[in-house]
Design a protein around this ligand. Structure first.
Ligand code: NAD
Ligand code: TYD
Length: 355
């Protein structure tokens, strides 16, 4: 039995679905169901007794303590987080609460539980912290990609809160000996990605005939990885990673944002052409840049490949095609997540941006 937090969100849901496809080991899925958490992502598991969903907060010690005592998991994977940079700029507080304070409370409960385990279970236990490349800050165009020893230089409230959570995880290893693993992954894309993030936003807006907002000059670079490859890397780190180590995860796939938008537009031109026959890229609109916008992220993924033999299965071409197809086939999902709260967000984030 393992415990996954944040398993109703984008990456967590993909992880839970993949886990139960590949293993018979049951899992508890603890999720607060914020705007980003969606039970519909887990609809395919509705009748699967190996999936135990619990609605709750990682910061609720009484609850997490009860779950640990009742189910005695051998590992915890902490996906739960506030994850959107733009939201962290408009309102950082939730990020501090979940990504720092929540992680702290979770670590405290886990430490007590782990201390009480018998020797063998204590040794085999793992706490895996799912983190991001954004904690490393921004790279100049000629700098080498982030390795695990790059210093933490977070620039947004989101990345600063993730960095703080990671530091606590590290400290619980050095101080208390808790067997932790940390993964720092690059930008993910794929099914169930909430349409506030670049790739799903572009697909959804394009199909709705809306403008495609590109921040600043669109030349910021991100390193993209298909979400299922992130999930396979986490499974591999959980299985074979050395406690106390961190592993960078990425697919050597750096691309400027504008290239991403053009690629998505070209795929839609092919798979779902506009009624008027014009290309979707005509909908692109350059808008005011994000404050403090990091220019470039890039992951050096040699350690996980060398030590654990992990490699991504998808190229960007295969992954982005699958993704666009998934959104075309799952328009009901898109409609359902675009609730009133989603519309309020669009107004808040884009209403004030000058084209
Ligand atoms: P997401 O925002 O889609 O999902 C987060 C999930 O956590 C949601 O289901 C939400 O309800 C839940 N949650 C939030 N606060 C909670 C709390 N206090 N207690 C319990 N559950 C809570 O995020 P995501 O994109 O799936 O990211 C998952 C993790 O991976 C995060 O830790 C993020 O920092 C990290 N990460 C994301 C990316 C990416 O490109 N999306 C890349 C690298 C790392
Ligand atoms: P995002 O998906 O928010 O991920 P992150 O900021 O965590 O990397 O954004 C990816 C890139 O796309 C980032 O450089 C900001 C840019 N972007 C836009 O140009 N327009 C948009 O509407 C959004 C949401 C993002």
């Amino acid at each position: 039995m393992i415990l996954v937090t944040g398993g109703a969100g984008f990456i967590g849901a993909n992880f839970v679905i993949d886990w139960l496809m590949q293993s018979d080991e049951a899992l508890i899925n603890l999720d607060k169901l914020t705007y980003a958490g969606n039970r519909e992502n887990l609809a395919s598991l509705a009748n699967d007794p190996r999936h135990i969903f619990v609605h709750g907060d990682i910061g609720d010690r009484e609850l997490t303590n009860r779950l640990l005592e009742q189910y005695q998991p051998r590992a915890i994977i902490n996906f739960a987080a506030e994850s959107h940079v733009d939201r962290s700029i408009h309102g950082p507080e939730d990020f501090i609460q979940t990504n720092i304070v929540g992680t702290f409370h979770l670590l405290e409960t886990v430490r007590a539980y782990w201390n009480g385990l018998a020797d063998e279970a204590r040794q085999g236990f793992r706490f895996l912290q799912v983190s991001t490349d954004e904690v490393y800050g921004s790279l100049a165009s000629d700098e080498p990609a982030f390795s695990e020893t790059h210093r933490y230089e977070p620039n947004s409230p989101y990345s600063a809160s993730k960095a703080a959570g990671d530091h606590l995880v590290r400290a619980y290893h050095h101080t208390y000996g808790l067997p932790v693993l940390t993964t720092n992954c690059s930008n993910n894309y794929g099914p169930y990605h909430f349409p506030e993030k670049l790739i799903p936003l572009i697909i959804v807006n394009a199909l709705a005939g809306k403008s495609l907002p590109v921040y600043g000059d669109g030349q910021q670079i991100r390193d993209w990885l298909y979400v299922k490859d992130h999930c396979s890397a986490i499974r591999r780190v959980l299985e074979a990673g050395r406690p106390g180590e961190t592993y960078n995860i990425g697919g050597w796939n750096e691309k400027p944002n504008l290239d991403i938008v053009h690629t998505v537009c070209a795929l839609l031109d092919e798979l779902r052409p506009r009624a008027d026959g014009k290309p979707y890229r005509e909908q692109i609109s350059y808008v005011t840049d994000r404050p403090g916008h990091d220019r470039r992220y890039a992951i050096d993924a040699r350690k996980i490949e060398r030590e654990l033999g992990w490699k991504p299965a998808e190229t960007f071409d295969t992954g982005i095609r699958k993704t666009v197809q998934w959104y075309l086939e799952n328009q009901d999902w898109v409609r359902h997540v675009q609730s009133g709260a989603y519309r309020d967000w669009v107004e808040k984030n884009y209403g004030g941006r000058q084209p």
